[in-house]
Ligand binder design. Sequence first.
Ligand code: BES
Ligand code: MN
Ligand code: MN
Length: 481
Amino acid sequence: MTHDKLPLEPLFDKIEELKPRFIDRLTRAVAIKSVSADETLRPEVAKMADFLVDELTALGFVDIQKKDLGIQPPPVNDPKLPLPPVVLARSGADSSKKTVLIYGHYDVQPALIEDGWNTDPFVLTHDTVKDILYGRGSTDDKGPVMGWLNVIEAHRQLGWELPVNIVCCFEGMEESGSVGLPELIAQEAKKYFSTVDATCISDNYWLGTRKPVLTYGLRGVHYYEIVVSGPAADLHSGIFGGMVGEPMTDLVKVMGSLVDSQGRIQIPGIAEMVAPLTDEEDKLYDPIDYSIDDLNDATGAKISLHDNKKDALKHRWRYPSLSLHGIEGGFSAPGAKTVIPARVSGKFSIRTVPNIEPRKLDQLVVDFCNEQFAKLGSVNTLKAQLIHDGNYWVSNPFNDNFTAAAKATVDVWNIEPDFTREGGSIPITLSFEQELGKDVLLLPMGRGDDGAHSINEKLDMSNYINGCKTLGAYLHYYAKQ
Ligand code: BES
Ligand code: MN
Ligand code: MN
């Protein structure tokens, strides 16, 4: 594709010039421990919302609102735990311009240096040899959120008007299921968001490390918990072992029955709901720049379940997967404690794809857990339940929104992007599409090996700075579509 290039060099130069300020902005953002999954850190999540409000105010945004979402529903330890606010802001109200809604999340995954980080996860650390920025949220999703703010700052410093009106929607609960946000979007669809023409989300990653991508699909996710309870308190295994039924024994059996070591889900009825693969869809995988070596590099081990690119990608993009995440309540400290845990809870999730029906899936999962438990003839009790869920999303990328982003990518990176789907989930994407009735584009900043959710999460400096240029150029090209 060749296109009429817009004269965006001054913007790109300004972004280069402002690099130290942009690193500083991300440093200040990463320093705030806005971990939504940790109830004790909820004040930090609130602090991050205030940080955004201050930045947006300084950048001239107007109509800035912190939307209160009330109290977090169970299961929670603190029944009065406040949900973090959704931060709304706008820039420009020119009815002759298009309006782009920008969504991002300001919460992050938990991170402890003891998990194996080489540096403090909440201190953005610049490795000047590799030119990489390390820190929790650097790629997911503080880097991209700061990226949008950086684009606005560059325009202000150039004395350039923004080519479109912008509406920001930044949430602080994405990593914990976007609680309360779907309702807010529905409420504001005809109010705060009434003039929106398109939505852009920068919260995913390139597939590999070399080629930019534009993304038109996400898997959904259903997160479940199985609780097995027995004695009233933890017991001594020397005194009671052999005399009582042990919850942990039951839990690992039930969890072990869910999926096999080849990744095949063992719950009947799920595979039957998956949309059949058409020849046309199969061909879409051919041109994608990806290899099993890329997978091995990203995981740091040769653990691929598939021996070719297409099968691997299909299992990431268009088939469901089931992952076992952990057991709460079991003994996990160093040493050899001889305990019989009284109550253990196992956590697992299923990534969903078209055409899995959400409520039918939940029923199949809960019934299966109950059946497997019943087979054990245990004296304990089991309860399986859904904790949170988010929808899958697949769109048709042949629209103005994607075309503008493709032009922007070519200008900045000098290469045509691949069109990809993702295995991860951004549950709110479908809500924006359905409630606003407008196209959604996923325009990633980071690379496939950034280690989102993992230790040593990073963002390459070139992705941060060129990512800002791409976001900026996208707004200009979209204005002209
Ligand atoms: N940025 C990710 C979404 C993502 C993950 C995109 C992997 C592309 C690849 C997002 O912050 C995230 O982690 N989402 C959660 C959603 C869940 C908590 C409902 C996820 O996918 O686990
Ligand atoms: Mn994210
Ligand atoms: Mn995430």
